[in-house]
Design a binder for this molecule. Structure first.
Ligand SMILES: Cc1cc2nc3c(=O)[nH]c(=O)nc-3n(C[C@H](O)[C@H](O)[C@H](O)COP(=O)(O)OP(=O)(O)OC[C@H]3O[C@@H](n4cnc5c(N)ncnc54)[C@H](O)[C@@H]3O)c2cc1C
Length: 414
């Protein structure tokens, strides 16, 4: 990497901005298709706490198709077979049962996101056309004759440079710089809640299903992990400053009220610094591209944490993008029409998942955090109890999703 302050200009076929799940999958697939691809990632490593750690059956199938199944299986992980919701009178209602899916991996694997990204980065490095530059933040887009022709970046050591390319793909997440620089503005859907993430210790064999708690106006989702629980506390949007002002003692009480079985260990939340606020967003770009640049993953559509589908949608976007754009990139010319095809392919799955999430916000989250209900709506309970196979549908929608993508032939190593 060039150091110092002088700007340098380089060239590649495709610049991928951001090394999250969307960026790393896209870059690996394009490199396998014979496209010169460079990922610019602003952080020095992939280590980040409380990111999406759910790897769903459709992504597990893709990992197999890419020839990475064995390495993935060797990562530390836990498995979720079911999602359940507490009923009104201490009962538990299974709402999704992944074991009903006819697939090789009928479960959600809980894997630290950095392990997944490291795995993808290692696979990428085995491809001669793959480059990954950490500590490199995109700060501007290069425009030429009305078209995006590359990016300007800054490195952690103060260097700057320009990287020209036939295509810039913004995989830079929910606060995407590429999106803002390309003047693409997402439509924001109203969201009733924010989320506060923290950990509590988990004893051997304790709780294996993902089970939310709903009680007295509190809502929490407990995700069993290896040796600990990852817990999301959901409360009304915009009250982070108030929660912090109330202090850790009051936060522990809130947790104990919604999850009484954990009252014996809330002291493990030592201070509010252990509690990470997620400003929940649900948004969607009406146009995912301008000439020469495309946004995918969270950059095109931030998802609610409901269903934990963010990673998997981002990965599916990446596979569709690689499948549709590898040819144009190899030929050296990507048209606005090519980019529009990616948008058309991925719009419906995104819209449908967001519609379901908005329905869950209205029907389950809002009544719970406003203290109007301590369980799911009665109609949902009746449906799940009466309709055979009703637990298959949510499992399919979350685990496989609409229009699932398979690895293109050029990327397969199975
Ligand atoms: C606290 C939290 C919990 C979540 N839980 C879940 C879950 O359980 N399951 C799930 O599926 N999803 C979850 N999500 C959402 C999930 O993490 C995202 O949907 C998913 O990571 C999106 O992938 P992405 O590749 O589009 O973007 P990201 O994962 O956000 O990756 C973007 C990358 O771009 C980099 N970047 C940003 N700006 C620049 C720049 N200017 N230059 C260079 N690099 C840049 C960032 O450093 C980052 O590495 C959670 C999100 C959060 C914040």
């Amino acid at each position: 990497m060039k150091t110092g302050v002088a700007a340098m200009t380089e060239r590649t076929d495709c610049v991928v901005v951001g090394g999250g799940p969307a960026g790393m999958v896209l870059a690996l697939l394009l490199a396998r298709a014979g496209v010169e691809v460079t990922v610019l990632e602003k952080h020095r490593d992939f280590l980040r706490d409380f990111r999406g750690d759910t790897v769903h059956p459709s992504t597990l199938r893709l990992i197999d198709e890419l020839g990475l199944g064995e390495k993935f299986a060797a990562l530390p992980q836990s498995r979720l077979d079911q999602v359940s919701i507490p009923g009104e009178h201490g009962t538990t209602l299974v709402v999704a049962d992944f074991r009903l899916l006819k697939t090789k991996h009928p479960f959600v694997a809980m894997v630290p996101q950095w392990d997944l990204l490291d795995l993808l980065a290692d696979a990428g490095r085995a491809e001669p056309r793959f480059r990954l530059r950490m500590n490199t933040e995109v700060t501007d887009l290069i425009r030429e004759r009305g078209r995006i022709a590359g990016v300007r970046y800054r490195t952690a050591d103060g260097g700057t440079g320009e990287l020209r390319a036939n295509l810039v793909v913004g995989c830079d997440g929910r606060w995407s710089a590429v999106r803002a620089l390309a003047k693409l503005r997402p439509h924001e859907y109203p969201v009733p809640m924010d989320t506060w993430w923290f950990r509590l210790p988990r004893r051997d064999g304790e709780r294996t299903a993902l089970t939310p708690g709903m009680r007295k106006g509190h809502f929490a989702v407990v995700i069993p992990r290896e040796g600990y629980f990852q817990i999301a506390y959901l409360a009304a949007k915009g009250i982070d400053a108030r929660l912090r002002a109330e202090g850790v003692e009051r936060f522990r009480e809130r947790v104990a009220e919604v999850l009484p079985e954990f009252a014996d260990r809330t002291d493990k939340i030592e201070s509010m610094d252990d509690v990470k606020h997620l400003d929940v967003r649900l948004n969607l770009l009406s146009r995912w591209h301008v000439d020469g640049a495309l946004c995918i993953g969270d950059a095109a559509h931030a998802m609610s944490p409901i269903g934990g589908v963010g990673i998997n949608l981002a990965v599916q976007d990446a596979v569709a993008t690689a499948r549709l754009l590898a040819g144009p990139l190899r030929r050296g010319r990507v048209t606005a029409g090519d980019l529009a095809r990616v948008h058309r392919r991925r719009l419906l799955p995104t819209l449908l998942v967001q519609a379901i999430q908005r329905g869950m916000h209205r029907g389950i989250v809002r009544p719970a955090i406003e203290g109007r209900r301590n369980g799911p709506p009665r109609s949902m309970v009746t449906l799940l109890n009466l309709v055979p196979g009703a637990r298959f549908i949510p499992a399919y929608l979350v685990g496989i999703g609409f229009l699932p993508e398979r690895a293109p032939a050029f990327a397969r190593r199975d």
